[in-house]
Write a protein that binds this ligand. Structure first.
Ligand code: ADE
Length: 225
């Protein structure tokens, strides 16, 4: 998979992909992540990437020209399955969206800033608009990093034990059951006996039951879907 991220603040996207699973996924060739600075495509003599909004009002708008120039250049190099715009008024991201995106070959992700982009970018270039939740961030970069992380870990071969993505919370619309490790007792707090029993059938049954109970208590909406 190839991911091109378009941003006015590339430095915000340096560390999220430089360690742990995201770094290994790139090193092993499962994903290529390219971060592009929109400012490099500004033809303005001050390298501006934003302007006042038509109709007046506070807040700057990301200009159409540098973004269009960058998207046109990338589109000429290869074909993209989705051109995603990170915005608080997009569709709220869920596990199923990540599953679908993880099957794609090439995607672009445009990070919004200020009041957002000139709407003509959204009308003519963007194929998918994603929000990571009902709150407003200073820009789309952290949101883009969330999408990339959630998607890349699903690419086959990225996680060491492939079943661990399949048993994540939200796959099957269930939250994960609680987990424990050694010691079996700490401060008098004991690990549930069943997990130490060695009876795999009983353990599986207990985990299913716990997952269902947790989901019922914390996210009953998932059970209704
Ligand atoms: N940009 C600012 N806030 C955002 C959010 N909640 N999701 C995606 N992009 C954003």
């Amino acid at each position: 998979m190839r991911i091109d991220i378009l941003t006015v603040l590339p430095q915000l996207l340096e560390s999220p992909f430089a360690a742990s699973i995201m770094k290994r996924a790139q090193d092993k060739g499962h994903v290529e992540i390219h971060v592009h600075n929109i400012r490099d495509y500004s033809t303005d003599k001050h390298k501006n990437v934003d302007d006042y909004q038509y109709g007046g009002g506070a807040g700057m708008v990301m200009s159409i020209e540098p973004i269009a120039a960058l998207i046109d250049k990338l589109n000429a190099e290869r074909s993209y399955d989705e051109v995603i715009y990170m915005t608080p008024d997009g569709k709220v991201l869920e596990q199923n969206d990540c599953n679908q995106i993880s099957l794609l070959e090439n995607i672009m992700i445009l990070c919004g800033h200020y009041k957002g982009v000139d709407d003509r970018i959204r009308q003519h270039y963007i194929t998918k608009e994603i929000s990571i939740g009902s709150y407003v961030l200073s820009g789309g970069e952290l949101a883009a990093a969330v999408v990339v992380d959630a998607v890349v870990r699903l690419i086959p071969g990225v996680l060491n034990d492939e079943t661990s993505a399949l048993t994540d919370s939200f796959q099957d619309n269930l939250l994960s059951p609680p987990v424990f490790t050694r010691p079996p007792e700490f401060n008098g707090w004991k690990v549930p006996d069943v997990l130490l029993s060695g009876n795999q059938k009983e353990i599986d049954r207990w985990r299913e039951e716990q997952a269902y109970q947790r989901t019922k208590e914390r996210r009953p909406d998932l059970l209704e879907e």
